[in-house]
Design a protein around this ligand. Structure first.
Ligand SMILES: [Fe+2]
Length: 141
């Protein structure tokens, strides 16, 4: 695919408004990823499971807060390298990367903890399954 056509495609689905700022944005501010048309196609949520309907409870990362810490759990089996949660990714309210935790499917449970001191308004968490793609959840702060 030609670069120009690829970039035009990204702009048309709201991923890139320019080469310099490839963020999910639209005129007037941020597009809410949880309700965008990307939910259910590029990634999945509890409300938009797309082609993975029925797999929500085992893939959406659940976020519990205690003070300045959060514990994130994905209710998914860890079946060795056959089927497992690869990682959790913490994003800030602007969808900027903050931290991630990689999991060893032979020894780890898909549980991670993060210090959210300094984060404001909201956070996003991604849980990545090796078979069922990326699942997004949001928590207001
Ligand atoms: Fe899965």
């Amino acid at each position: 695919m030609h670069r120009r056509l690829f970039l035009k495609g990204l702009v048309s689905i709201g991923i890139a408004s320019s080469m310099a700022a490839p963020k999910i944005a639209m005129a007037g501010g941020m597009l809410d990823p949880m309700t965008s048309k990307l939910a259910g196609s590029l990634f999945y949520t509890m409300e938009a499971p797309g082609r993975w309907a029925g797999k929500e409870s085992g893939h959406v990362p659940m976020i519990e807060r205690s003070g300045n810490m959060i514990e994130v759990t994905t209710g998914h089996e860890m079946d060795g390298y056959t089927h497992y949660i690869v990682k959790h990714i913490l994003l800030d309210e602007h969808l900027e990367f903050v931290a991630e935790t990689m999991f060893d499917p032979e020894t780890d449970a898909p549980i991670s903890t993060y210090d959210i001191s300094g984060m404001n308004n909201a956070l996003y968490m991604v849980s990545l399954c090796n078979k069922h793609d990326a699942w997004l959840n949001r928590r207001a702060l």
